[in-house]
Ligand binder design. Structure first.
Ligand code: BDR
Ligand code: CA
Length: 309
């Protein structure tokens, strides 16, 4: 099997952390580099978490570049699911020994993309600050992005457990608009599908059974991570970011449809909302493919397999 080379932009964050683990463990993925952004926690914390996770899983050779400390046009509003450090639940993990590269994430991404002979995949699982800035600063490398697979947005809003806005979109909606308008091919893996991929009792039991050191860490992360979902919505932890990464490993896990997505940049209650024009009433060309169905069981089979020795 030829591994798919990817660049991975993230804000770890428990679910980002699990996606990082999957990217490193999957033989289908060649992880060329990781960039960090603010989001679930401040940039110092998401970067420290990223280094710490990569070292723990033996991926210390993967270069990490630190990115934006705030959204492009707004003050930072932090996520709430991951606790003060952004990665509560595994205090026994040692702090990282390694360091980030000297380049800013945006310049690192540009350099890596420019060096590719063929376009490659980029996966983003946080607010799009870095990717938005990449569009503004290095437009010449954008043709080297084959597909940007991003965890973000919410489109159907069918249920009371789905809010009108999704955190990554809400945190930096201007960056999202810049990316959507850039012409980069983009697949959006939003709450509509990620909220169907929940760690409930049967999944917890399977994580317990895995029993590897890595399986134990992931289980400890999940026990912390599910608290917000359980307390506020009565459901298990949603595998937002792991599903976006998994969709690159196996695109058949999700079904997508092309639509035009507008971003609400004003207002108070629906600020950051991603508005899908399903019936092309606005007459604008599709600027994204959005995930509308997911095979949750096969996602979990993939995740379990990557945690076993
Ligand atoms: C997204 O926001 C963050 O809390 C998660 O890491 C995920 O990327 C879900 O809305
Ligand atoms: Ca994230």
């Amino acid at each position: 099997m030829t591994a798919t080379p990817i660049l991975f932009d993230c804000d770890p964050g428990h679910d980002d952390a699990i996606a990082l683990v999957m990217a490193h463990r999957s033989p289908a993925i060649d992880l060329l580099g990781v960039t960090t952004t603010c989001g679930n926690a401040e940039i110092e914390k998401t970067t420290a978490n990223c280094l710490r996770i990569l070292e723990f899983i033996g991926a210390q050779d993967v270069p990490v570049a630190r990115g934006c400390h705030r959204p492009l046009a707004r003050p930072l509003v932090l996520g709430t699911a991951d606790g003060p450090s952004g990665l509560e639940g595994s205090p026994y993990l040692p702090p990282a020994q390694g360091k980030v590269v000297s380049q800013h994430a945006v310049d690192f991404l540009a350099g890596k993309l420019a060096a590719q002979r063929e376009p490659i995949d980029v996966v983003a699982t946080g607010p799009l600050c870095n990717i938005g800035l990449l569009v503004l600063k290095h437009p010449q490398v954008l043709p080297k992005i084959k597909e940007l697979t991003w965890m973000g947005g919410v489109f159907y809003r069918k249920s009371e457990i789905i809010t009108p806005t999704e955190f990554n979109a809400f945190c930096d909606p201007e960056a999202l608009k810049i990316v959507l308008d850039s012409g980069i091919p983009i697949t959006m893996v939003g709450l509509d599908v990620t909220m169907q991929v929940l760690v409930e009792a049967p999944q917890f039991a399977e994580f317990e059974r895995i029993g590897t050191p890595l399986g134990k860490v992931v289980l400890d992360w999940l026990k912390f991570y599910e608290k917000l979902h359980r307390n506020s919505m009565g459901i298990g932890g949603a595998m937002h970011d792991p599903l976006a990464l998994a969709a690159v490993i196996d695109p058949t896990l999700i079904r997508t449809r092309p639509v035009h997505i507008g971003v609400n940049l004003a207002g108070s209650y629906c600020f950051g909302a991603t508005v899908a024009d399903f019936w092309n009433e606005r007459g604008e060309r599709p600027n994204a493919k959005i995930a509308c169905d997911v095979d949750s069981d096969r996602f979990f089979d993939l995740l379990y397999s990557l945690l076993r020795d």
